[in-house]
Design a protein around this ligand. Structure first.
Ligand code: HEM
Length: 183
């Protein structure tokens, strides 16, 4: 049975919010890693660099937080509505279709992503900024600075790769000729 226009419009709005959230959450991560980090190395005055770094990363937390909110709100609607939207009866269990299996993998990755993000935002990132500041004043060794930088880079790359993998999994779910087949 075909969906009503109302159901289709709700689905379109939810997918739009989901994608807008992803743009807000993933876009600034690419910007910070590929634009800000290399460019900021050229700022000679370390106190200016550290100050800008703190301000930019705080802005990222607001933007990325708003993005995450949109992702989770729209994603929750989409998963609560999937049986109605795709006309799947209760006789098919969630994991009997690829849709359910892919969703479970996606949510597990999401948990890992949240842990990496929290570690980066509240532990590793602030430690790196502190070390850059301390190093400029002679209070941290180059080795300490390097280890903080490596930890930060590792978490950034892991977070970005997980987000990209989750996007693939989301698109797999939405490609119903693939996802609504037996798992
Ligand atoms: C609580 C977290 C999340 C939930 C509950 C969720 C749920 C969903 C659901 C149910 C769909 C399929 C929609 C459909 O069948 O039409 C979907 C699609 C998608 N998801 Fe998520 N998702 C979440 C987080 C994320 C994250 C963190 C990303 C990427 C960073 C992501 C990327 C995508 C993409 C790219 C699509 C395909 C959108 C399209 O069809 O164009 N999701 N999500």
């Amino acid at each position: 049975m075909a969906n009503s226009d109302g159901a289709n419009i709700a689905h379109i709005i939810a997918i739009w919010c989901h994608i807008l959230g992803i743009a807000l959450f993933v876009g600034p991560q690419f910007f910070l890693a590929l634009a800000w980090v290399p460019v900021s190395r050229g700022i000679a005055d370390q106190s200016v660099r550290v100050d800008l770094m703190r301000k930019l990363t705080r802005r990222f937390l607001y933007l990325g937080g708003a993005g995450l909110f949109l992702i989770v709100a729209a994603g929750s609607y989409l998963i609560s509505d999937w049986r109605d939207y795709y006309n799947i009866g209760d006789d098919a269990s969630f994991t009997s279709l690829r849709y359910g299996v892919v969703f479970i993998i996606k949510m597990n990755l999401f948990l890992v992503l949240l842990v990496a993000l929290a570690l980066h935002s509240f532990v590793v990132g602030p430690r790196l900024v502190d070390r850059i500041e301390a190093h400029a004043k002679g209070g941290a060794t180059p080795a300490q600075l390097k280890s903080a930088r490596m930890a930060s880079m590792g978490l950034s790359i892991a977070g970005l790769l997980i987000a990209l993998a989750m996007m693939v999994l989301g698109v797999m779910m939405n490609t119903t000729d693939f996802s609504l087949r037996a798992s």
